[in-house]
Ligand binder design. Structure first.
Ligand code: BT5
Length: 266
């Protein structure tokens, strides 16, 4: 099956299983995140997949662009009942699930996460490229986790030079298989986290994240709230914040853009 064949809603609903309450596939929309955020009737554990978005969102009002059928563009809505203090882990949880799903379907790829949740893939003879981005937004009791993942995107279709895709890194993957595995991994990580009342350490999530995260152990510059921190990233804290050592002083960063100056020796 060609990897740009449209996804089939009935097939994906069946593959997703009963752990996901509602699975919708649309040919085109503005933003799957915006749609679920504004859908007050969306049940807990709704999934919305679009073949293409015309107003795909990144963090900090940036954009996400991907040609129709070239990637996976989806959002899930959950209504967590755990303490809100643990919600900061949801973006990182999604990153772990995406990395695990890509590793399952394409074990030959070398995956890593850049804090908070960019999926990086190793590229022959160059720096790692960004193959997936995650945007988590909340509205009252609902949290929407949006995932954009480049699957068959070719070099001339990439949104930015620092981007890459599974295909460009050597993996031909069927999107329906990938979506099925991604929903299973997301469900498993979410269930563990929820069972531990949002405690990422107890859920084994923090450990899994540290193992995947290329930022921890790297020298970094972090643009956060109008300032630039330069130091070494030493850990993530219990709230999912990046801990940066700047000349012996520890700073916990809740949101920002990380640049790896000197990557950790991995
Ligand atoms: C992200 O933001 O990476 C979050 C992207 C989330 C997209 C999903 S798709 C489903 C759901 N619905 C939405 O509307 N959004 C979510 P950020 O870290 O701010 O990175 C955004 C930057 O990534 C852009 O400014 C570009 O430089 C780059 N970019 C845009 N499209 C890309 C792509 N397809 N692949 C790699 N990089 C891309």
């Amino acid at each position: 099956m060609g990897s740009r064949d449209p996804l089939d809603q009935a097939d994906l609903t069946r593959r997703a299983g009963e752990r996901w309450a509602r699975v919708q596939v649309v040919a085109e929309t503005g933003s799957t995140n915006a749609d679920l955020l504004h859908d007050e009737t969306a049940p807990d554990r709704s999934v919305l997949v679009a073949e293409v978005q015309t107003a795909g969102r990144g963090r900090f009002d940036r954009t996400w662009t991907s040609p129709s059928g070239a990637g996976l563009t989806l959002s899930v809505l959950v209504r967590p009942t755990v303490l809100m203090s643990g919600w900061g882990w949801l973006p990182l949880l999604a990153g772990v699930a995406v990395a695990e799903a890509v590793s399952e379907v394409a074990p030959q790829l070398e995956v890593a996460l850049k804090w908070p949740n960019d999926l990086l893939l190793a590229r022959a003879g160059g720096l790692p490229g960004k193959a997936a981005g995650i945007l988590v937004q909340s509205a009252e009791d609902a949290v929407v986790i949006g995932i954009g993942l480049n699957v068959s995107t070719s070099a001339d279709e990439l949104a930015v030079p620092g981007a890459t895709s599974l295909a460009l890194c050597g993996a031909e993957v069927d999107r329906a298989d990938l979506a099925e595995v991604l929903l299973r991994r997301l469900d498993a990580r979410y269930a563990q986290w929820a069972d531990c009342n949002g405690d990422a350490e107890a859920a084994g999530l923090a450990m899994a994240y540290r193992e995947l995260c290329a930022t921890i152990g790297s020298d970094v510059s972090v643009a956060t709230g109008g300032t630039e921190l330069v130091g070494s990233a030493v850990d993530v804290d219990p709230a999912g914040r990046l801990v940066v050592d700047v000349e012996g002083e520890l700073h916990a960063v809740a949101a920002g853009d990380v640049h790896h100056i000197r990557a950790a020796g991995r």
